[in-house]
Structure formats: structure tokens, C-alpha cells
Design a binder for this molecule. Structure first.
Ligand code: SF4
Length: 411
């Protein structure tokens, strides 16, 4: 949206307080997200009463009939009309008054034709290659906000990757709502998208955003392992390490299937990292279920885990289930789970000491350390005045902390 506006003569403001138009692109995955969205709308209105507030994204799309949410916004667009931002603003200037453009998702709608050629980060760029989800996990509002699976055609992905490479980006991250479902409408899968961007000159690293344990077959993983530019970091969504809870969540795998994928990854890739998301306190989760989930996380030994308590979302199947757990108990379970997963994270960081890995340097921190990431997405800091941003250099890891490692350049 920013690129579309800039192409049409708009300029970017430094801050919402001095902007003529403030676009708030919302996430609605948790109720905390919704409450942050509402607070931010109020803050913008208070600090800049005359600006045009454009609200878009998943919150208005999922809750289109709750007009109270949009009362203070001038333009409300959901997810489907964002590419029309320039013409919608023209309509508003021609005839001021609230505009609401929330079109429902259609079963046969195509991939939103929007692309990005530049990012504020200098080395890493993101290409959205997939949208929507057909899964309907019982806790999740996303299929309602994002519609059904649709994928960016391979030629468009290549075109976008080429333009990003021309603009100096070296690392590409392919992202989507349910990335593992990429290409299912065209009989393609995620390996085809990875191959396409790996072929682009100038791109030296290709990563995947968060993936579901869906379609992660031996065949797909071995094709990814054969790509030199592919980075072995898998953010493989788990949600629960208890089979009973996974069933109630209507997830599409069990722990045995998940374990099989982890074993394949560890067998096929050199020094991979596996990170995940885990929910605690899902509806009906007993103490025994919770303990099973903790034990499974300990067994896998994730390099990093995002732990979050179940968030009740109106309109989902889980909202209507019996057995909701009170907030205090959810917090207690989250603390226990975090304690376990942080121990695993430390063990992973320690396991990197002594290894030599290429680090693509990006920024310098306040203490003068150059920061960058290894292929398995370990953050590495190095003190060396000869380094430059955008450079990939071999580094031997000498120390490990909770969130990063320190190393020395190997010349
Ligand atoms: S697969 Fe992911 S996006 Fe789809 S419904 Fe389940 S949690 Fe939501």
C-alpha cells in the first residue's frame, strides 16, 4: 500500500502525529491484538484529530458487522480492497464521509496482485506467496479473515524476486498464512516456489516463514535440502504436544507425524534449527494433557518457542466448547512451559559454540557489534571494524547467550 501511494505522489510521514492519512493495518489473531488495535485507533484520533484514518486488514474483515469497532475511522477496507487504496482515497477527498469497503472473500478469488520492491531492512526482503487457509482449526479466526487458500503464480514470484535482487536484497523470506499449502490449486508445492527464487542471480539466501506440518513430505524436504541457497531454519507450528488436545483443536497431525518431520529435517539438513509456537490452556486441556505437551516440547528440543495462552475468539468452534480455563491458570501453564522451552533454547545456543558458519551482517548495535544471522537463523554479534553491512563472512562461534551468540571472523 505504501508503494502504491508513493508511486501516486504521496510521501511518507515520520509519525502518525504529523500525517494527513494514517493507515492502520490490523491483525486479529488474538483478542489482545484487537484491544491493541482499538487503543491505537483512539491514540491516533486523540493526537491527530484531523487526519484521515484508514482501517484495514483482518480485524474489520473478520468483524465486518461490528460497526462500533470502526466508529472513529474514516475509511474501512478489510483485506480485499487494499490494492484500491489510491482510488478509495480519491473518492473520500471528492466526497468526505465514512467509506466502508469490506467485500467478503469468495471461494474462487485469485491471489491479491500486490508486490513490494523495497523494505526498510537492507539485506532481507519478504515475498508474500500465499494467502488464506482451508483448515478451520477450532481456535482460529484466520480462515474467516483471510478466505480460502490462494497462491501467487510462480512467474509473479520470480518477477518480484528479480526486482528485489536488483534493489540489492540478498536474502528472501517466503511468507504466507498457511505457507505449506502453497500452490495446491495449481498442483505445485512449497519446493517449487523455493526453487524459483533460488534461481534468481543476486539472491544468496532463501528462507521460509512459519509453516504448518502439512505437506512436509520426505520428497518436499529432500528437494529443499538440495537447494544450496535454502536456509535450514524451520518454524514448524506445533500448538500442542498432546494428541488429545491436537484433536480438539482440529489440527491435522498428531505428535508421531510431527516427530517424523523433525527427524527428517535433522537427518537431511546440516545444523538445522527448529522453532515453534505452542498454545497453553486450550479449552478442555487437563493437567495431564498440559504435562504431555511440556514433555513433547522437551523431547523435540526446540531452538526457540513462542508460548502463548489460548485466546478466545468469537465466531470460532472453540468459543462454544465447554471447559474454558481461567486466565490465572493459563498464565501458570505459560510460565511453566516458558521455563522448559527457555532451557531448550539455551541448550541449542550452547550447541553452536565451536561451529563456523557464514553470517550475513545487517546492522551495528549500540556497543559497536556487527549483527547478522547464520543460515539457521542464529543471531551472531562480532566486533570487527573491517566488516560492512550486506556482507556474508565465515564466523567461528565462541560464546552463547540466551538470544544470540558471539563469534570471531575466520579469514
Ligand atoms: S492452519 Fe493455521 S491459519 Fe489455518 S486455521 Fe489452523 S491455525 Fe488458523
Amino acid at each position: 500500500m505504501s508503494e502504491l501511494l508513493i508511486k501516486n505522489g504521496y510521501t511518507k510521514a515520520d509519525d502518525h502525529s504529523n500525517a494527513d492519512i494514517c493507515i492502520i493495518n490490523t491483525c486479529t489473531v488474538t483478542s489482545t491484538g484487537d484491544s491493541k488495535n482499538r487503543k491505537y485507533i483512539n491514540r491516533v484520533r486523540r493526537e491527530n484529530p484531523d487526519c484521515i484514518i484508514v482501517l484495514c486488514g483482518c480485524m474489520p474483515q473478520a468483524f465486518a458487522d461490528n460497526s462500533e469497532l470502526f466508529r472513529d475511522c474514516d475509511i474501512v477496507m478489510g483485506n480485499t480492497a487494499r490494492r484500491d487504496i489510491v482510488s478509495v482515497l480519491q473518492d473520500y477527498y471528492a466526497c468526505p464521509g465514512q467509506i466502508i469497503r469490506i467485500d467478503s472473500h469468495q471461494k474462487d478469488e485469485g491471489f491479491e496482485p500486490m508486490e513490494i520492491s523495497s523494505f526498510e531492512e537492507r539485506t532481507r526482503a519478504y515475498i508474500k506467496i500465499q494467502d488464506g487457509c482451508n483448515r478451520f482449526c477450532t481456535y482460529c479466526i484466520i480462515p474467516y479473515a483471510r478466505g480460502r487458500v490462494r497462491s501467487k503464480p510462480l512467474d509473479d514470484i520470480k518477477k518480484e524476486a528479480l526486482s528485489l535482487a536488483k534493489n540489492g536484497f540478498k536474502e528472501l523470506v517466503l511468507v504466507g498464512i498457511n505457507l505449506s499449502a502453497y500452490g495446491q490449486e495449481f498442483d505445485l508445492d512449497i519446493k517449487d516456489a523455493v526453487r524459483a527464487v533460488c534461481q534468481v542471480d543476486g539472491i544468496t539466501r532463501v528462507r521460509l516463514g512459519s509453516i504448518e506440518p502439512e505437506r512436509m513430505t520426505e520428497d518436499v524436504l529432500s528437494a529443499l535440502a538440495a537447494e544450496d541457497k535454502f536456509c535450514p531454519h524451520f518454524h514448524l507450528s506445533l500448538q500442542s504436544g498432546c494428541d488429545v488436545t491436537l484433536k480438539r483443536m482440529r489440527r491435522h497431525y498428531d505428535t508421531a507425524e510431527y516427530r517424523r518431520i523433525v527427524e527428517d529435517i535433522r537427518r537431511m539438513f546440516i545444523n538445522p534449527s527448529i522453532t515453534t509456537d505452542v498454545m497453553v490452556g486450550f479449552v478442555g486441556e487437563t493437567e495431564e494433557d498440559f504435562r504431555a505437551s511440556v514433555d513433547f516440547c522437551d523431547e523435540i528440543g526446540f531452538a526457540r518457542t513462542h508460548v502463548f495462552p489460548y485466546s478466545r475468539r468469537k465466531g470460532t468452534a472453540a468459543d462454544k466448547m465447554d471447559g474454558h480455563i481461567d486466565e490465572r491458570e493459563k498464565r501458570r501453564r505459560a510460565e511453566i512451559m516458558i521455563e522448559h522451552t527457555v532451557a531448550e533454547q539455551r541448550a541449542f545456543m550452547q550447541s553452536q559454540i565451536g561451529l563456523t558458519m557464514p553470517v550475513l551482517f545487517e546492522t551495528v548495535d549500540k556497543q559497536g557489534f556487527f549483527e547478522g544471522y547464520t543460515p539457521n537463523y542464529t543471531k551472531v554479534k562480532v566486533k570487527d571494524d573491517t566488516l560492512r553491512g550486506g556482507e556474508s563472512v565465515d564466523v567461528k562461534i565462541t560464546e552463547a547467550f540466551d538470544d544470540y551468540c558471539v563469534g570471531e571472523v575466520v579469514r
